[in-house]
Design a protein around this ligand. Structure first.
Ligand SMILES: [Zn+2]
Length: 562
């Protein structure tokens, strides 16, 4: 007697092979039969006309803290995600000595825009090592989790607050290597680092990994090479993309391990830049056979912000001074004509690449505070400036000042041009993901990337076959991470399964809910056309609602289970 039988499905098995009709039987958390099945089952789901695929694997999240209060990892699970990878961008919550916890909180608060109150109320620190952290995490999980060892945590563990001040000594690097080794032995799926020049802590200091020399990073990756295990995740940033690709290649060459680097995407300030990056990545793969993969996003990156919480101006010096000043001083700066001149020169008149689009026709007024300004909502700043016969920056700042800096604006920083996005998504060296789920919960909702990819890009734009697309979200990610029992519908594989309707699958409009620790608000997003999500053989989402089951596991690469 099977535990669960899926009847009448069309199977997209993750390999990219043509889909076919068949039933899937599950017992003891594993797939035990596929084909035309007539055995009895404790529960049978009629999934006629629906697609059955391996559960989607999200390779880039920041749910390190969230999973403690939200073991199902909402909203990702609504979109068919059954496994997530945490510890990205150099940020993990372990290893951590009690005296270094606040350094990690400071980094998460600013880089991932998770509020201090949420982290302080939501994390019950009961670990020092990666092994203890993974055990604490594994107590209550709805989805599966693979963890990277974060460079920032490792550095603070060895160097304390010196980690944000200086390079490490040879002796300190040797201690860090030992921590990486212990983390990998505990079952981590790899190592992550962060060299993004924009990534600073709450106290404006650079995150610790940014002070590492190339030799330090190379030495830490040697551990993965020696163990022949784990992937390397590089969080970059800055303008020198070719330099970053060369860097990723150097790290792959040295460690012999797969490298996932961030990221290839379209940006308004450099509209053709992505082409050169795709070519350079493919060249490294083809010429040297080095497994380096670029991440990309299936959803435009939409920033929503007020001038109380915006980070998108941090790269402009005068803006940065304003944003880090107390609110009354900030307001005075925004009101001052001489200061505005500088703000305009830095954000609009300068032509170097930036996350701010440097044009007001793609900046929207998302939400106003005062009733009298209601008619301005959903208009672009440029349109309103024209009506008011004003310069764009004056319009932007005047409105914000009038509303006590509480006006909410939005703009798309990356992936705004559909033609470019199609080409990037199709590329074989590109991994679709980068949801950042668990991070910037106030303004971003990229956790719906799987449903956006399958709905908007694969169905509506027809960029590739559904078989190919499913493979990109499942088997290929599992292969890179060495999760050898996931990502395919095959006998003996873990029964992580997503059931969806190819005709209707999509993301729905984001909503705000007040369910975070400390009673704080976050943005969530639900999906259309994903009725069932199954983790280790148990339904966790049924007809869009959580079932209450918590069958998730900490994923340890197969090499370490044997
Ligand atoms: Zn990240």
């Amino acid at each position: 007697m099977y535990d669960l039988l899926l009847k009448g499905s069309r199977l997209y098995d993750g390999s990219g092979m043509p889909s076919y009709n068949g039933d899937v039987a599950i017992m003891g958390g594993k797939i035990v039969d596929i084909g035309r099945l007539n055995g009895g089952a404790k529960r049978t789901l009629n999934v006629d006309g629906l697609a059955v695929a391996p559960g989607f694997i999200d390779p880039h999240t920041h749910m390190d803290a969230q999973l403690f209060w939200d073991p199902l990892g909402t909203s990702s699970c609504f979109h068919g995600v059954t496994s997530v990878v945490i510890g990205n961008c150099g940020l993990s919550l372990a290893p951590a000595k009690p005296e270094d916890r606040d350094a990690l909180v400071k980094s998460f608060v600013r880089v991932e825009a998770i509020s201090r109150r949420v982290l302080e109320e939501g994390i019950q620190w009961q670990w020092t090592s990666t092994a203890e952290y993974l055990n604490a995490l594994g107590v209550r999980l709805g989805i599966n989790v693979g963890a990277l060892v974060g460079h920032i945590a490792v550095r603070h563990y060895v160097m304390g607050e010196d980690a944000v001040e200086r390079q490490a000594t040879a002796e300190e690097v040797a201690k860090m290597k030992q921590l990486v080794r212990l983390g990998m032995e505990a079952g981590a799926v790899g190592f992550s680092t962060n060299q993004n020049p924009r990534h600073i802590r709450e106290d404006k200091k650079p995150v610790a990994s940014r002070l590492a020399s190339d030799e330090e990073l190379g030495s830490l990756l040697d551990v993965l090479g020696e163990m022949n295990a784990g992937i390397v995740q590089l969080s970059g940033g800055g303008t020198d993309a070719r330099g970053r690709i060369a860097y990723a290649a150097a790290m792959a060459r040295r460690s012999g391990r797969p490298v996932l680097w961030q990221s290839i995407s379209h940006s308004w300030t450099r509209p053709d830049h992505w082409k050169g990056m795709l070519e350079a990545t493919a060249q490294v793969f083809q010429e040297e056979g080095l497994p380096i993969y670029a991440m990309t996003q299936a959803k435009p990156f939409e920033m929503r912000y007020t001038l109380l919480d915006a980070q998108c101006f941090d790269e402009f010096p005068t803006w940065k001074i304003a944003m880090f000043s107390p609110v009354d001083i900030r307001k005075r700066m925004f009101a001052d004509a001489a200061c505005r001149k500088k703000l305009r020169a830095e954000a609009i008149e300068d032509s170097s690449a930036s996350v701010f689009p440097r044009r007001w026709d793609v900046v929207n007024i998302d939400q106003v505070k005062l009733a009298k300004n209601k008619s301005l909502e959903k208009q672009t700043v440029e349109a309103v400036a024209k009506l008011q016969v004003k310069d764009g920056l004056d319009c932007f700042l005047d409105l914000s000042l009038e509303e006590n800096l509480e006006t909410r604006f939005s703009h798309i920083t990356t992936q705004g041009d559909p033609k470019a996005v199609c080409e990037i998504l199709k590329h074989p060296s590109v991994v679709v993901g980068q949801s950042d789920a668990g991070a910037h919960m106030g303004y971003d909702a990229r956790f719906g990337y799987c449903t956006a990819f399958l709905g908007r890009w694969v169905r509506d734009h027809g960029i590739m076959s559904l078989e190919e697309a499913v493979s990109k979200l499942t088997f290929r990610v599992a292969s890179i991470f060495g999760l050898n029992d996931r990502g395919l519908l095959r006998l003996g594989m873990a029964a992580d399964i997503t059931v969806f309707d190819p005709a209707t699958i999509n993301t729905l409009e984001p909503e705000y809910v007040q369910d975070l620790p400390g009673n704080e608000t976050r943005m969530i997003q639900r999906a259309a056309g994903v009725p069932y999500t199954i983790v280790n053989g148990e339904l966790v989402i049924e007809n869009d609602a959580p079932t209450g089951a918590l069958p998730g596991k900490v994923l340890r690469p197969t090499a370490w289970e044997n």
